[in-house]
Design a protein around this ligand. Structure first.
Ligand code: LLP
Length: 421
């Protein structure tokens, strides 16, 4: 087997391998639950965007919320990527990983004063501003520091990305962005504020998008505004179309990054905006298919209504199934020559919502290691310590090398900041 978009994951001699490394062996060496990533897969994802954009002014800002582990950021920084951040904490991570603040865009609806000060001091490329109130706040903060803050307005283009309601962000009913019909007035306001410097325009319409059309619709809406804003005498340097490109979890067939980029560039050219700097904020498509979550089968519990396969990873390690009913493939690392039974794969957390996969046909026994595929994005980054469960360890394979990039969290650190009365 090999997942489309994940050629680094393959079976050889029955064993599931990532870049040739046996996943069952890595589970034995480092313990479970364990995230394992392919560095080559991450590099290839970054290069696909960069190659498609070659010769064009551009910046690929990896949306680090998808996976913000330092070694992942380091990998993308070395590939020439910038970063899309949504908190002061993420900015600190970028700097700790050797990333360049001048390639950072700062998104999010609720930036605090302290975060604005921190980002101004670091010298970020741009603030993606999401409301009129934020424009005024940022202006004040910048003036107090004797600076001008570079800004782009995140516009809500009101297009349907055709994705899960929890991860769709470009519709009128969403909390994100400035309404399209208010955007021109907001640009006039921004241009009049002495602490701000208008730089660009941006949108982000949702996540796990499997069609090109919603991106082109959103781009058209942005370009309409660019033309109106520039006609009002306010120059716009860059256009940022956000992230959102989907990956294959089961049978989705999203466009490849180069296909999406080619269509976007075509549209920019066709509308006479070819020379403009293009920014992208891909998250999932950079890391999703580069990683797996390994978990050991603890118990099999067949029942009248359901059969449960109880594993040592839980919703706190991988939230996507519990939170979005997301379907993620689950494969045994070393297959057994036995008939498959239908199992609900569940974790040890005390919640009925704690499941990783439902009704999966698997031939398994206690002690076997299972791999949850396509877990590189929004996996460990969304993990919690619910039930006082330490977060998983992370390994990055890179050719022959195997790097432990995050130690398994220790229980003592979980309550180190707590105090008895
Ligand atoms: N830019 C902005 C402003 C965003 O809000 C996001 C994701 C991205 C870029 C990156 O989008 P991507 O390329 O990864 O689709 N936890 C959910 C996904 C939430 C996405 C939030 N925003 C999941 O596991 O499906």
């Amino acid at each position: 087997m090999s997942l489309p978009g994940a050629p680094w994951l393959a079976r050889a001699g029955g064993e599931l391998r990532l870049e040739g490394h046996s996943l069952a062996a890595l589970a034995r060496e480092f313990g479970t639950p364990l995230y394992v990533y392919s560095r080559q897969a991450m590099r290839a994802a970054a290069r696909a965007y960069h190659q498609a954009l070659q010769g064009r002014p551009h910046l690929v800002c990896y949306a680090m919320k998808a996976n913000s582990s330092l070694a992942v950021l380091q990998t993308f920084a070395a590939e020439g990527c910038g970063f899309d951040i949504v908190s002061g904490g993420e900015l600190q991570r970028v700097l700790a990983a050797g990333g360049d603040a001048s390639r950072v865009v700062f998104s999010g609806v609720g930036k605090t004063r302290a975060e604005m000060e921190q980002a101004l001091a670091a010298g970020v490329h741009c603030f993606n501003v999401e409301s009129e109130g934020e424009l005024d706040r940022l202006n004040e903060v910048a003036l107090a520091l004797g600076r001008r803050a570079p800004v782009s307005l995140r516009v809500n283009p009101d297009v349907d990305a055709g994705t899960h309601p929890y991860i769709s962000t470009g519709l009128k009913g969403n909390k994100f962005g400035i309404a399209h019909d208010r955007a021109l007035a907001a640009y006039r306001h921004a241009a009049a504020l002495p602490g701000l410097q208008v730089q660009g325009i941006d949108s982000h319409i949702g996540s796990q998008i499997t069609q090109i059309e919603p991106f082109i619709d959103a781009l058209d809406r942005l370009l309409d505004l660019v033309e109106a804003v520039e006609a009002a005498g306010i120059p716009i340097h860059h256009v940022d179309i956000g992230g959102g490109l989907g990956i294959t979890y089961t049978d989705e067939q999203p466009p490849r990054a180069d296909e999406l980029v080619a269509r976007v560039l075509q549209r920019l050219d066709a509308r006479g905006h070819g020379g403009r700097q293009l920014l992208l904020e891909p998250g999932r498509s950079m890391v999703g298919n580069a990683g797996v979550l390994l978990t050991e089968v603890l118990y099999l519990k067949p029942g009248e209504a359901k059969n449960f396969c109880i594993v040592d990873a839980a919703m706190n390690d991988l939230m996507r199934p519990a939170m979005y009913e997301a379907w993620m493939a689950i494969e045994p690392c070393t297959p057994r020559d036995a008939a498959a039974t239908t199992w609900d794969v569940v974790g040890p957390v005390c919640e009925s919502g704690d499941w990783l996969g439902r009704e999966r046909a698997l031939a398994v026994a206690p002690g076997d290691v299972l791999a949850v595929l396509s877990a590189g994005a929004y996996g460990l980054a969304m993990a919690s310590n619910y039930n006082t469960r330490p977060r998983a360890a992370e390994v990055m394979v890179d050719g022959d090398a195997v790097h432990l990039i995050r130690q398994r969290e220790k229980v003592a650190t979980l309550f180190a900041d707590e105090r008895l009365i």
